[in-house]
Unconditional design. Structure first.
Length: 136
């Protein structure tokens, strides 16, 4: 269907994952408008948010935390020019897992959230290991 090189796939994966960081924030913004946006103290609104809005805030924050690790792993794989099906699968699976992580977190489905976190963590770890093995 698509004939993308490994390096292009990794770069698109990084770009897509960076955009996905803000997916949960759309839900946070909606929740803030529901309770009445207070631009003078936006962080103080957290306790007033409905439960789904609080979970969306946590999903948004976690997206930043995990992106830093994935970014490093994906850039290492890019720089070491690894050509592997596992790298390609991880580059595709990571942003998908992060999207569903946020969906499951906001919907309060802990098992789904944990599984998606595990998939994302595996992808980052695999990219690190494969990159280090390529350097020798």
């Amino acid at each position: 269907m698509f004939d993308l090189s490994m390096s292009v796939t990794l770069l698109y994966s990084i770009f897509g994952t960076a955009i996905l960081i803000y997916f949960p924030y759309l839900v946070v913004a909606y929740a803030r408008f529901q309770v009445g946006m207070d631009l003078a103290a936006p962080r103080a609104m957290f306790d007033k948010l409905p439960a789904y809005g609080q979970r969306a805030t946590w999903a948004h924050q976690n997206s930043f935390e995990t992106f830093v690790i994935y970014l490093a792993a994906a850039l290492l794989a890019y720089l070491t020019k690894i050509d592997s099906d596992l790298v390609m699968n991880c580059a595709i699976a990571y942003p998908i897992s992060r999207f569903f992580y946020s969906v499951f977190y906001i919907a309060n489905i802990p098992l789904g959230r944990s599984l998606m976190f595990g998939v994302g963590s595996f992808c980052s770890g695999a990219l690190f290991v494969l990159s280090l093995m390529a350097v020798k």
